[in-house]
Design a binder for this molecule. Structure first.
Ligand SMILES: Cc1ncc(COP(=O)(O)O)c(C=O)c1O
Length: 505
């Protein structure tokens, strides 16, 4: 391919796209070195074994599940730990440093989503699931309140609401896009009974990005607020919840640090202070109170009253450092890189025989999606494809229903049958027939070479050119190669700490 035909880095749009040379594929060698994030990923150069014993660099295409940590995050933790101590209750110097760092972490997460911290609060917890459960407990709902949601939600943005209110769900179109006409219809039907509209900012199955600000305007028009489950949005797009008095303001945001390059056990809920100042916190105990007598409790200020017990200080600092690093590099450049990568991946995947890509498969329509792509290869079992990619390609992907079973079932068009939902016989412990898909998901550090390696392996799978003999594991529904045992202890164990070895000398 001549250099004339090279697509410019990140220049994905109708014009640039026309410069793809479909025959030869796009020459992307000049792009791979330009990814600034790559060098900042812990473990990017780890060599791991394939089934045949060869050592290769691991390719992680499972970032929607969890991202590896940034060096920036690890370095901040190591810098902080010598000063680590209890927060808020200690008078010592280390406690004062730790308290200041922990408090600032709240401010940074507020900035990350553009929140006015005079009127909003940032509450740290474990993850998005906990954040949404917290809100489901704390949000003022009447007996007849309706929570308006969608058919594309992760279980974590569905099950917590079922316990608390009548949940109505807007449909998705046949290709899995949110049907906004149905949102309008439901808003008209339930009107001011709708207390909250809750949507994922980006789908963890198809990558579709929701028009959250337009939805916010619609929710506010009927007197409801809006929650954005930003687990899949935050690592890929700039979030700006906008001023509180803006009709398109996002009221609540839920986030997970382990999907934002900071897997140290933290997550956050951002929302209006007034909501959490009403009533009592769900978890009560140390840290949540200012005054306790045998008959009286005065709750502490925010966010303390909502962060019961000793907080995950290190996790919060890790999350804040990741957010700061992402703001420094600029979410716009993250988006540009991932958009180009997604377009390239779609283009290459579509060249495979018998592939079904769920959702939007057009490489030119990448603006309304993040880099999450789910597919199936002919009639090959999704878990088998994932296993071959892992064992023989050194490529980590996910397969199954991705904790979004109703959505995946609707995309597979198999929702009606119990069998399709639950596989062969789950009561007998056999999950091997479970329906599902293979999912790849990009982080900002993935390269075009990663896509090429994936497509090459998928091509081999379509031709049955893989080495192992794989068998299904009934309990998990996963596949494993016959006669193989992983040697985990060669890579990590608890027995051989270099510190204890040094101490023994
Ligand atoms: C869209 C979406 N929402 C919520 C969650 C739950 O996130 P966590 O497991 O970090 O609580 C996920 C996790 O994959 C997700 O993709």
């Amino acid at each position: 391919m001549s250099t004339m035909n090279r697509v410019m880095p990140y220049a994905i749009g109708p014009k640039a796209y026309e410069t793809y040379d479909r025959g030869a594929g796009m020459d992307i060698s000049h792009l791979n070195g330009s990814n600034r994030w790559r060098k900042r990923i812990v473990g990017i150069d780890s060599k791991l074994p394939l089934l045949d014993g060869r050592l290769v660099s691991y390719i992680n295409l499972d970032n929607a599940a969890s991202t590896p940590p940034l060096w920036d995050v690890l370095e901040a933790i190591l810098r902080f730990l010598p000063y680590y101590s209890s927060v808020h209750r200690g008078a010592g110097f280390k406690s004062r440093i730790s308290t200041a760092a922990y408090d600032e972490a709240h401010e940074i997460i507020g900035r990350f989503v553009g929140a006015d911290m005079d009127s909003n609060t940032v509450i740290f917890g474990k993850n998005t699931t906990e954040a949404i459960n917290k809100l489901a407990f704390r949000y003022p709902l009447r007996r007849d309140s309706v929570v308006l949601s969608t058919m594309m939600e992760h279980h974590s943005n569905d099950l917590p609401w079922r316990r608390r209110a009548q949940v109505v769900r807007a449909q998705v179109t046949s290709d899995g896009r949110l049907d906004e006409d149905d949102v309008d219809r439901l808003l008209g039907q339930y009107g001011d009974r709708i207390a909250l509209l809750t949507v994922s900012g980006a789908s963890n199955v198809t990558g579709f990005v929701q028009p959250i600000h337009r939805l916010a305007r619609k929710a506010h028009a009927v007197g409801a607020r809006i929650l954005v489950d930003a687990a899949q949005l935050a690592p890929h797009r700039r979030i700006d919840i906008r001023p509180d008095n803006d009709p398109e303001h996002i009221d609540f945001v839920a986030l997970s640090a382990h999907k934002m390059y900071a897997p140290f056990g933290a997550g956050a809920l951002v929302g209006p202070r007034e909501i959490f100042l009403q009533g009592a916190p769900e978890y009560q105990g140390g840290g949540t109170v200012e005054l306790v007598t045998l008959g009286y409790v005065r709750w502490a200020e925010l966010p303390d009253r909502e962060e019961a017990g000793s907080p995950n200080v290190v996790g919060a600092i890790a999350m804040a450092m990741a957010a700061q690093a992402m703001m420094d590099v600029g979410m716009e450049s993250v988006e540009r890189h991932e958009t180009a990568l997604t377009a390239y991946a779609l283009d290459r995947l579509r060249s495979l025989p018998e592939i079904t890509i769920y959702g939007e498969a057009d490489p030119q329509r990448t603006q309304e999606r993040v880099g999450v792509i789910s597919f199936n290869l002919g009639s090959a079992n999704h878990a088998l494809v994932a296993a071959v990619l892992g064992y023989e390609g050194g490529i980590g992907v996910r397969s199954g229903c991705f904790c979004a079973q109703p959505y995946v079932a609707s995309l597979l068009r198999e929702a009606e049958t119990e069998k399709a939902q639950w596989g062969r016989d789950p009561l007998a412990g056999d999950n091997s027939g479970k329906p599902g898909m293979v999912r790849i998901s990009f982080g900002a550090y993935n390269s075009f070479d990663d896509v090429d390696a994936l497509v090459e392996m998928l091509r081999r799978i379509t031709r049955n050119e893989y080495q192992g003999r794989y068998y299904p594991i009934p309990e998990s529904g996963e596949y494993a190669p016959a006669g193989h045992r992983d040697s985990m202890a060669d890579y990590f164990d608890y027995l051989h700490s270099p510190c204890s070895a040094n101490a023994a000398q």
